[in-house]
Design a protein around this ligand. Structure first.
Ligand code: SAM
Length: 346
């Protein structure tokens, strides 16, 4: 009798489906707040820092790609509401495919893209874009692409991969979606919590949980960290997020080899920041983002090009305005993450 079958595999399948639904429902429900509202939040500096980090990472990678190719195609895997659209515009890419499990987020992402196109200068060529709603840990994107021959130069997977480490198969499908359509020499880049950091902090805490007034991580138990399905709850500003799963990076690296991926680097956010902020251009971008955080000019008013005029303007604005910095609590939250870059071998 089907109903009576309580075999572990069946139970696991049901729980996995439930988790996917939870992720989609959670992100679909999240309200899109305007810039002014976002700037009131206690984690505004942290959001800005994460945005700066992604901007620098994306610009660096697009620089590398452009040395080899004129036309650049990108896959934004787990794109959410399109928080990185401006970064792709600034990087002058040609084509973007956005994919996410949350249908409402994909709609908002598409809306944002349409607005961006409409607002742009007539001579300002915006990349073309496709939008796909899919559970990328279970469905193959290649079945859903408009052009089945499409190849990517970059796959960007920002704050997403940890949702797929519920099972080996899901993690593998996510990696397959990220990497199988990359051109040789193409890059798979992303950000994810660092299992070492999470486990170290948990082990020195006297409970199953650690955190501060801006974030909290709660494990079900200590001292047992399976490679897949090691679940923890993550809450930010008191709002519990959907459960996440530990990503043990050496395993991630090993699994990526199946798709011919070579690790170029893995850095903690701290290491990445300390290295990249030495570059004057990145430092100015950081100051500019901090200045905007206090004096927002409205949605979409971010530094949208590298033109010298804008760069000089940013420098002048940044020099005039007092700068905000990450609070200790924000830094404790963001320093959980790491950034990785893989390259597809020939
Ligand atoms: N990448 C965006 C950014 O950096 O702003 C959004 C990051 S948000 C923390 C995580 C995103 O991953 C959400 O939009 C969520 O819907 C998406 N996601 C989680 N699991 C997914 C899955 N299995 N397939 C596709 N998207 C997924």
């Amino acid at each position: 009798d089907e109903e009576e079958d309580h075999s572990p595999s069946k139970k696991q399948v049901t729980e996995e489906s439930l988790h996917s639904q939870k992720v989609a429902t959670h992100y679909n429900k999240l309200q899109e707040h305007g810039l002014a509202e976002r700037n009131k939040s206690r984690i505004v500096h942290m959001r800005n820092f994460n945005n700066w980090l992604k901007s620098v990472l994306i610009a660096d990678i697009l620089d590398k790609v452009r040395r080899r190719r004129r036309e650049v195609t990108v896959l934004d895997l787990g794109c959410g509401k399109g928080g990185d659209l401006l970064k792709w515009k600034k990087g002058h890419i040609d084509k973007l495919v956005c994919a996410d499990i949350a249908a409402v987020s994909i709609e908002q992402c598409q809306q944002r893209y349409n607005d961006m196109r409409r607002r742009g200068h007539p001579n300002d060529r915006t990349f073309s874009a496709d939008f796909i709603t899919a559970d990328c840990s279970k469905e193959l994107l290649s079945d859903k692409l408009r052009d089945p021959e499409l190849r990517f130069d970059v796959c960007s997977c920002q704050f997403v991969c940890h949702y797929s480490f519920e099972s080996e198969q899901q993690a593998d499908t996510m990696l397959r979606n990220a990497c199988e359509r990359l051109r040789p020499g193409g890059f798979f880049i992303g950000t994810t919590p660092d299992a070492y950091e999470l486990v170290n902090r948990l082990e020195v805490s006297d409970s199953n949980s650690f955190g501060n007034e801006v974030f909290r991580v709660t494990f079900q138990k200590k001292a047992d960290y399976p490679l897949f399905g090691c679940q923890y709850d993550f809450s930010l500003e008191g709002v519990v997020n959907v459960p996440e799963f530990l990503v043990y990076f050496p395993l991630f690296e090993e699994m990526a080899k199946k798709y011919n991926m070579r690790l170029v680097y893995k850095k903690t956010f701290k290491e990445f920041f300390e290295e990249k902020v030495k570059d004057e251009k990145n430092k100015v971008l950081m100051q500019w983002m901090q200045a905007l955080e206090q004096y927002p000019p409205g949605e979409g008013g971010q530094l949208a090009s590298d033109s010298l005029g804008e760069y000089d303007h940013a420098k002048r604005v940044a020099a005039r305005r007092p700068l905000g910095t990450l609070s200790k609590s924000e830094w404790e939250a963001t320093s959980i993450y790491l950034v990785y870059v893989f390259e597809k071998m020939a």
